[in-house]
Design a protein around this ligand. Structure first.
Ligand SMILES: Cc1cc2nc3c(=O)[nH]c(=O)nc-3n(C[C@H](O)[C@H](O)[C@H](O)COP(=O)(O)OP(=O)(O)OC[C@H]3O[C@@H](n4cnc5c(N)ncnc54)[C@H](O)[C@@H]3O)c2cc1C
Length: 306
């Protein structure tokens, strides 16, 4: 249990405004559901992060790390211990040769912000991620991808803090065990701090056109008007999950405030008053229906926390 003195210690590190107790996680999840975090901290530097973890050495509270909360489903009972949102947003640029640059971005930087910086310098290779609404940390963790691009194709190095020994490590992109919506960080207890990515010079107008076209495609096909967390399920092995859900007649199927989107069967949306339980029950119902109708097991892409 947290006492006043512990809270003061944390508050001195992150500042009063960046510490919240019993913070509703619905405020930090794009699904807009989720119970309270016992202690919620926004941390904007490695030094502050280390200081927090030093204090926590005695308290031994469990730690959950989030980015923009665009791929998480927090249960209604909330999250015990400390939720850390790592919000460092720095960008550094190094020249590899005339046309090739290594860009190191802090994990808290939103993908869209990085995409805009790269556009200013006419650097190509990140267009696919510009409209994925998460952070660099979340994109590394998930090996986020769209429109034929994936983080694993551009990442040369990831720096992370290991929450078990509190040491900082670097991993080459090749050593991150990237796979479809998977990285080694899923099986580790870490805070991803930053990633170095390699980009080439391109044509500014073309980069902008591509980014705009991808965004337009999303607006046309995805339910932007209702809270969601992107594709609820992973792609199947040899089948497109959203197509099966559509074929099974599940578009519009509703449990409480959770609904299989009428616009895109791969998305579950919050129609306004969903609980996390509604969404979890709907996930289970869709899984059961697809198994019964097609004999296929489908797996959630969203990370269930709490
Ligand atoms: C409308 C919409 C469209 C989307 N489209 C796509 C798409 O096209 N392609 C795609 O791949 N995804 C898509 N997503 C899902 C989501 O945006 C991505 O998975 C994104 O990479 C998640 O980043 P985040 O910062 O929001 O991470 P969060 O959702 O906050 O976290 C996701 C996971 O990463 C971990 N994590 C986050 N940051 C760190 C860190 N610094 N250190 C350690 N662990 C961390 C969390 O613990 C959690 O397990 C979409 C989501 C929405 C809402």
């Amino acid at each position: 249990m947290l006492n006043k003195a512990d809270l003061v210690r944390f508050s001195k590190i992150v500042g009063e405004d960046n510490l919240k107790t019993d913070e509703p996680m619905s405020k930090h999840s794009s699904f807009r559901v989720g119970g309270p975090a016992e202690l919620y901290l926004e941390v904007d530097s490695v030094e502050k992060l280390k200081a927090i973890l030093d204090v926590n050495k005695e308290l031994k509270l469990p730690i959950t790390v989030i980015g923009n909360g665009t791929n998480i489903l927090v249960k209604d009972n909330g999250i015990k211990g400390i939720v850390i949102k790592y919000v460092a947003k720095g960008i550094a640029k190094a020249t590899l040769d005339n046309d090739t640059f290594a860009i190191t971005a802090d994990a808290g930087l939103p993908n869209a912000a990085l995409a805009n910086e790269l556009l200013k310098d006419s650097l190509t290779g990140f267009e696919f991620a510009a409209s994925i609404p998460g952070t660099i940390g979340g994109a590394i963790y998930m090996n986020a991808g769209a429109f034929g691009g994936e983080m694993e194709n551009i990442v040369s190095e990831v720096t992370f803090l290991d929450l078990d020994d509190l040491a900082i490590y670097k991993s080459d992109g090749d050593d991150c065990d990237f796979g479809y919506r998977h990285s080694k960080f899923e099986n580790m207890n870490t805070v991803i701090l930053s990633a170095t990515m390699v980009f080439n010079k391109g044509n500014k107008e073309e980069i902008k056109r591509t980014m705009d076209a991808y965004l337009q495609k999303r607006l046309e096909t995805q339910p932007y008007d209702k809270p969601n967390a992107g594709s609820t399920f992973k792609r199947g092995d040899g089948f497109i999950t959203a197509m099966l859900i559509d074929e099974a007649g599940l578009k519009g199927y509703t449990i409480g405030g959770a609904q299989v989107s009428e616009k895109h069967a791969g998305f579950i949306v919050n129609t306004g008053n969903a609980t996390a339980k509604d969404i979890l029950d709907l996930i289970k119902y869709v899984q059961k229906t697809i198994m019964e109708k097609y004999g296929k097991a489908i797996e959630p892409e969203v990370r269930i926390l709490g």
